[in-house]
Design a protein around this ligand. Structure first.
Ligand code: C2E
Ligand code: MG
Ligand code: MG
Ligand code: MG
Length: 283
């Protein structure tokens, strides 16, 4: 009896792994057609500068509405797209969408100088034609210098330091600024970081959110801000959800913030309206 019971357990286990793998393969396949079928869209989350009190820019975040499984989080589908290679097409599409949106936004009177940050996957970061692709987009859309930023993670930087450095330098040369995303969660060597052409550190939201209750996290946030400033970089705190969190990071001299306290990621229309209302309220 015990024997057949454990065999059933194994069979159950194998069946559930099998189901997982099949779903994964299906998602990988569906990803190839997601853009063509209009299932993807880009939302934006505003970023605030604490010294001016203004929303100077926004981060572009990708969304996928699957016809069968509904909304799928980027933390789930981006890794699949990286492994299956479709990230190159998807990432290119995101960049194109962002440039189009910037063209529209920069015509608005209250959005002069606005900047959009785009997340780059590891594959994109190491792709030899990255800077050429971005340069072409900036030219086609006639975007002003400084209107585009890219976000890369420590871990993806460290995969091939020389290739990353070459590509980031090439992006810098065409006035694209560079932020390190989720800082503190990856493994990066400080000596490599120092040699990279960077503009900004984004402190991972896990540290920011625990800083009010954990002395250790507060210390980490303080240390990252000091490190960033001593390297001549701007520092942005991710995941600001409350006034208390804002007060805390501002008290440490943090330059910029982003999080649900200001706005959740939203459609360009909603973000445009939010910025208008905000500008009016400040008059
Ligand atoms: P990320 O680049 O670190 O983006 C920030 C994530 O934190 C977003 O999740 C955002 O919605 C969430 N967030 C912002 N403020 C708050 C807050 O106050 N509280 C909480 N709990 N969460 C907050 P999202 O949109 O699910 O994206 C997850 C990750 O997926 C991103 O992390 C990024 O690594 C990746 N991703 C998203 N869009 C793209 C893309 O176009 N290309 C690539 N390569 N990766 C992307
Ligand atoms: Mg990001
Ligand atoms: Mg982040
Ligand atoms: Mg993240």
């Amino acid at each position: 009896l015990a024997k057949s019971g454990s065999r059933n357990r194994y069979q159950f286990y194998i069946a559930s792994i099998d189901r997982e793998m099949r779903k994964r393969r299906q998602l990988e396949n569906d990803l190839k057609e997601a853009i063509g079928k209009g299932q993807m869209n880009v939302v934006y989350q505003p970023q605030i500068c604490y010294s001016t009190g203004k929303f100077f820019g926004a981060e572009a975040l990708l969304r996928w509405q699957h016809p069968e499984f509904g909304w799928i989080a980027p933390d789930t589908f981006i890794p699949l797209a990286e492994q299956s290679g479709s990230i190159v097409a998807i990432g290119g599409w995101v960049l194109e969408q962002v440039c189009q949106q910037l063209t529209t936004w920069l015509k608005e009177e209250n959005m002069q100088g606005f900047k959009v940050a785009v997340n780059l996957s590891t594959v994109q970061l190491h792709h030899t034609s990255l800077a050429v692709q971005v340069a072409r987009l900036l030219e086609v859309h006639q975007l002003p210098a400084g209107s585009l930023e890219v976000e890369v993670t420590e871990t993806s930087l460290m995969q091939d330091v020389n290739a990353a450095k070459r590509n980031l330098q090439a992006l810098r040369n065409i006035a694209v600024s560079i932020a390190i995303d989720d800082f503190g969660t990856g493994y990066s060597s400080l000596s490599y970081l120092k040699s990279m052409p960077l503009d900004k550190i984004k402190i991972d939201r896990s540290f920011v959110q625990d800083a009010l209750t954990s002395e250790d996290d507060a210390t980490i946030v303080r240390a990252i801000i000091q490190l960033g400033h001593s390297l001549g970089l701007k520092v942005l705190a991710e995941g600001i959800e409350t006034k208390e969190m804002e007060d805390f990071v501002v008290s440490l001299g943090c330059d910029e913030g982003q999080g649900y306290y200001y706005s959740k990621p939203a459609s360009p229309l909603i973000i445009g309206q939010l910025l208008k209302d905000y500008a009016l309220a400040r008059r």
